[in-house]
Ligand binder design. Sequence first.
Ligand SMILES: *[C@@H]1O[C@H](CO)[C@@H](O)[C@H](O)[C@H]1NC(C)=O
Length: 289
Amino acid sequence: MRFSSTLTALAAALPFTNAYWKGFNVAATNIDGTCKTTAQWETAFTKLAGLPQDITSVRLYASSDCNTLEYAVPAAIATGTQILVGVWTEDSAHYTLEKNALEAAINAHGSDWIVAISVGSEDLYRGDTTASALATQINEVRTIVRDLGVTQQVGHVDTWTAWVNSTNEAVITASDFIGLDSYPYFQDAAIGDAYDTFWDSVTATRDQVAAVSPGKWVWVTETGWPVSGPDYGDAVASVKNAQTYWRSVACSAFESIHVFWYAYQDYGASPSFGVFGDNGDAIYDLYKC
Ligand SMILES: *[C@@H]1O[C@H](CO)[C@@H](O)[C@H](O)[C@H]1NC(C)=O
């Protein structure tokens, strides 16, 4: 890994029949708010791998919170799962803990389990930081992991509205990949328009990236449709609409872009996007496209 290019590392890490990552977002907490144990991470990864789509990659939000990497990486290695790592950038004490946890996981387990590393998540959308401060953190984490021999890409996850905002160009420049969160549901889209609304957000982000820093890939780091929750304009949360969204958006996106679906499990939340219900079964048919 140490001497291979990022592209070679990615190609080697991907199952050769799959051109794109097909992943899921997984929270470090259980529904009752407790932190997942290694056994509970293993249960989650095993359930995802058992889906018709054979999900063997996940996006995790943090490195130190809930001892995420300490507990999840052994479970990932045991189940053949790979992780899109999250590093929180706020506040500075938390950011330090996050960097330390990532370094510890790499020192303990090497880097074959890493899909890529996202520094920050929706910080620009929240207005919590500036583009230049975030760019500095992305570059800092890249330097840290390159010094440890890690070749995987280091980027950032944010909403498509943040990526297309020219104020944030420095973050595109600093990122190896552009992680896009896109929710037609929160854009008040009727389910019949959701496919177009989703792909419009991808196209708008790709256009901006091409203008600022050509050649970088846009990844979908979050998308999904809730099985329950309030209406947003013409957007209606329902199991039927979640199934329709999987069928139209997942099945098209899995063929043409890296995707991390939202989410593994969050029953009880409102809106609730999780695909595994409280009985442990999938709430709708996540059939192989
Ligand atoms: C772009 O981002 C800046 C800084 O966060 C903000 O002030 C501005 O309103 C944004 N522009 C749009 C069109 O959202």
